[in-house]
Design a protein around this ligand. Structure first.
Ligand SMILES: Cc1cc2nc3c(=O)[nH]c(=O)nc-3n(C[C@H](O)[C@H](O)[C@H](O)COP(=O)(O)O)c2cc1C
Length: 390
């Protein structure tokens, strides 16, 4: 693993801390360059009140000199503006764990008679720092010509229209779809699906319920050979699955057509090589999601990720009081209704961090200029040249 990162911080503490270690020297970096990604995480239909309070901005505390990374660990700090609102009053004791959250298992595991120390850390507030770290990874990837995109494909029972990802071979088309999604409050490209999704979220809100959904993620223009087949924990699919599953509320990750592989015949699963196409390793389809044998095959990497409906419901669920052992209804605390559109920015961050790690592993992590030279040389070689027949 070339790139390591760690976060610390509680939902209502003074702030979130992040350290990213392993970025090469020479990458242009500033607080302004990280801001757009943090703002994307805060937008999206179905968001709750917290996002109206926070105006996330990541301060760079270490690892950058005169606007460029030095190769040293990069330290980040995001203040929690909500902290000030909690300073003047004693928070209530929460003794009834909310089903679907870390509350119950965490209280038992750590021997607590209340759930707040658990929920403070388990809260997805922490994902703001992941997005900031992911924004740095994206800046590296952009230098390498690799861009990350996403679209929402389902919210509750509403499925978006659009070309299946396995047919999207061309980055220009993926980028166009992404651009249209960027204009949508639910991150879909077609307006009919958008209207149906907005209505579904409104219905869920009115009935005190919540909705999950599915997202497709893309990393376009990777060089062939990121990741490796030689060891289980260095496979790119291993790393992507772990990174994306680590996002709160994600319950399933599919690589390429994912679970469809179990029903289709082999000829409708595997991607034939197009030897006439001048593009490096071009395929006629991209059902594998750009990964074979744990390595990129040069096609866009794409994945489908499924979020559960969030667990804090106005329509409260049955639980137990940790003090009395008696049956109680879980409390409702200010919450989103549907986090799927906002969740895209967190998933994109995880995808970017994982791809950046694999890139650094393959092409070196001391200096950006050396990395880019090696990458350019690798990309310039034809498949025949790579196999030693030039
Ligand atoms: C961006 C984002 C925002 C979230 N906001 C909420 C929320 O407002 N209310 C809620 O109950 N869960 C929310 N979640 C999900 C919970 O954090 C998550 O379900 C919970 O910590 C339990 O973890 P698990 O679902 O992975 O088992 C959010 C998740 C993400 C990615």
């Amino acid at each position: 693993m070339a790139l390591r990162h760690m976060t610390a911080g509680d939902s209502h503490g003074p702030g979130l801390l992040g350290i990213l270690e392993g970025m090469p020297a020479g990458l242009e970096l500033s607080e302004e360059l990280l801001l757009p990604q943090l703002q994307r995480r805060q937008a999206g239909y179905g968001s709750g009140g917290r996002m109206k309070i926070e105006k996330d901005r990541a301060r760079i505390m270490a690892g950058v000199y005169e606007g460029r990374s030095t190769g040293a660990p990069i330290g980040l700090l995001i203040e929690n503006l909500d902290f000030a609102n909690w300073q003047n009053h004693q928070p209530p004791l929460y003794t009834v764990p909310r089903p679907g959250h870390a509350d119950l298992a965490g209280a038992v595991k750590y021997g607590l008679d209340q759930t707040r120390p658990i929920s403070e850390r388990a809260s997805a507030r922490e994902t703001a720092m992941r997005v900031a770290i992911g924004a740095i990874a994206r800046l590296l990837l952009e230098q390498a010509g690799i861009c990350v995109y996403s679209r929402v494909v389902q919210i509750g029972g509403v499925r978006a229209e659009g070309r299946p990802a396995e047919e999207l071979l061309d980055e220009a088309e993926i980028s166009r779809i992404n651009e249209a999604c960027e204009q949508s409050e639910v991150r879909v490209a077609d307006s009919a699906s958008e209207a149906a999704m907005l209505a579904a979220i409104d219905n869920a809100r009115e009935s005190g319920d919540s909705l999950g959904g599915s997202v497709e993620l893309f990393a376009c223009n990777p060089p062939i050979g990121l990741g490796t087949h030689v060891a289980w924990d260095r496979r790119l699919d291993t790393k992507l699955a772990a990174a994306l599953m680590s996002v709160p509320a994600v319950k399933s990750v599919e690589i390429g057509i994912g679970s469809d592989v179990s029903v289709r015949p082999g000829s409708a699963v595997h991607d034939q090589v197009d030897a006439d196409n001048p593009s490096h390793g071009a395929r006629l389809t991209n059902r594998a999601g750009g990964i074979e044998g744990g390595m990129t095959n040069g096609m866009p990497v794409w994945l489908r990720v499924h979020f559960k409906p969030i667990a804090t419901l106005q329509k409260t669920l049955n639980s137990v009081d940790l003090h009395t052992g008696e049956s109680r209804r879980a409390r409702y605390q200010r919450s989103d209704v549907c986090i799927v559109p906002r969740g895209c920015s967190v998933l994109e961050a995880e995808l970017a961090i994982t791809m950046a790690d694999a890139l650094l592993d393959s092409f070196g992590q001391d200096r950006l200029d050396q990395l880019l030279q090696r990458l350019a040389a690798h990309r310039a070689r034809s498949i025949r040249e790579h196999s030693g027949h030039a």
